[in-house]
Ligand binder design. Sequence first.
Ligand code: GLC
Length: 545
Amino acid sequence: MTQQTNRHHATGAPADAADATAPGATQWWRDAVIYQVYPRSFADGNGDGMGDLPGIRTRLPYLKDLGVDAVWLSPFYSSPQADAGYDVADYRVIDPAFGTLADAEAVIRDAHGLGLRVIVDVVPNHCSDQHAWFRQALEEGPGSTLRDRFHFRKGRGENGELPPNDWESVFGGPAWTRVADGEWYLHLFAPEQPDFNWDSPAVQDEFRSILRFWLDLGVDGFRIDVAHGLVKAPGLPDMGRTDQLKLLGNQVLPFFDQDGVHQIYRSWRKVLDEYAGERIGVAEAWTPSADRTALYLRPDELHQAFNFHYLGTGWDAAALRAAIDDSLDAMRPVGAPTTWVLSNHDVVRHTTRLGGDVRRARAAALLMLALPGSAYVYQGEELGLPEVTDLPDEVRQDPAFFRGDGQDGLRDGCRVPIPWSGDTAPYGFGTGGSWLPQPPEWARLSVAAQTGDPASMLELYRTALRLRRSHPGLGAGDEVEWLDAPEGVLAFRRPGGFVCTVNTTPEPVRAPAHAGWRPLLSSGELRTVDDELILPADTAVWWEA
Ligand code: GLC
């Protein structure tokens, strides 16, 4: 293990990265394309059917060649896997299923050697019920100060047989579980994921220490899980209604997006800024509006937040334009870049979500990659993978699936291991099967099958990412200049002589092109009819203009 004795000078950042304080600092994250690796489903190095860090390491050259700037790794920490690793038992230990700390260091080192940044997940809202602190708190019993690190309460009702309040778990059922001594503890997610009490100084100190542990190891930043959830309203007041999750994203809840949470990120920012090499914090923050998301990105807080408002926008030109404008408008006052994201490990893959038609997914990719700011690519979207909708119940692992009335519980369908090569499963994912079955059609979607095929999704992403690099204006700034376009068509200009047009309609339209525009890249085949360029249905085109 590398010892970095002076963390103020410990920079594991890529060789070409600049110090944020140095003249000409890059602020690399402002327009970075960040690729999400979901470790259990990316590449399996030891043949146990589950992806791991050695597997990831062997595939880093693929990511370099794809043309992304950074990799975000979902959790690989010690965990009973009650929620696919988002239930962490030890934040400083690698789960044996994923490898060792030396493997994690090797991934970081190799990635940096290739010029790729590495962001890791940190899960501060809750831990695993197997975490030492929770086990100690249980052992010590009611009244122990160790229980202050969590939300332990007496129940309501004559004998405390009712939960302390009416909050519902995101995964369904009550957000409280009763322990043998009669007290209840809060868990906004699965019962195996007790929520930390962020009023506890011990919790605050512990997480600053965890951040430093990983920063010392050289990570370039953190994706912060449930960043909106850490602070609960004082007194844990009732919601007074059921179906509480329907309000998620519409209003501030007593357990989500409380103003007090920002204090935590101010203190985290100080930690990030202690380190050279532009380390960043990315919020997974579900909030009621883009304006409230921007609060997490004030100059003394985090650097980026996932743009779930954009992710939730349908394939409709007017709605997309409004979402783009709202996102850019909301971030401008805080000076943060907007992010764009179409898929992740919690939502239906966008090839399927946008209507099951790969044409739309191709167009959506070119639209996203032409917008100012940073873009997130979820593993497999560059292969055009669809959601797997017919997984048999017995292979499912999403805890929400088993709890019924919360989230739909169908998150396994976007987590199926990705195909790399070959005609039979597991398609080069590893040598020992795959923890979720891969559909037979995925043979033709593998990396090997698509490589070199100019019509493939993979080559579209590769070309788009290469052009994005060679047109640095593409991700820059915070404005798009909208151009006149027929209904259902988006057209906008970006700096550096670049225009993007997107036909979201099911009909071909005359391209709103001007003399002198030259197509750079198109998600579908362009035709000329009577000397006019025709933009096919559901197609995006990049122009040099
Ligand atoms: C985040 C993660 C999700 C997880 C949940 C609880 O939303 O993305 O996968 O289940 O937090 O940690």
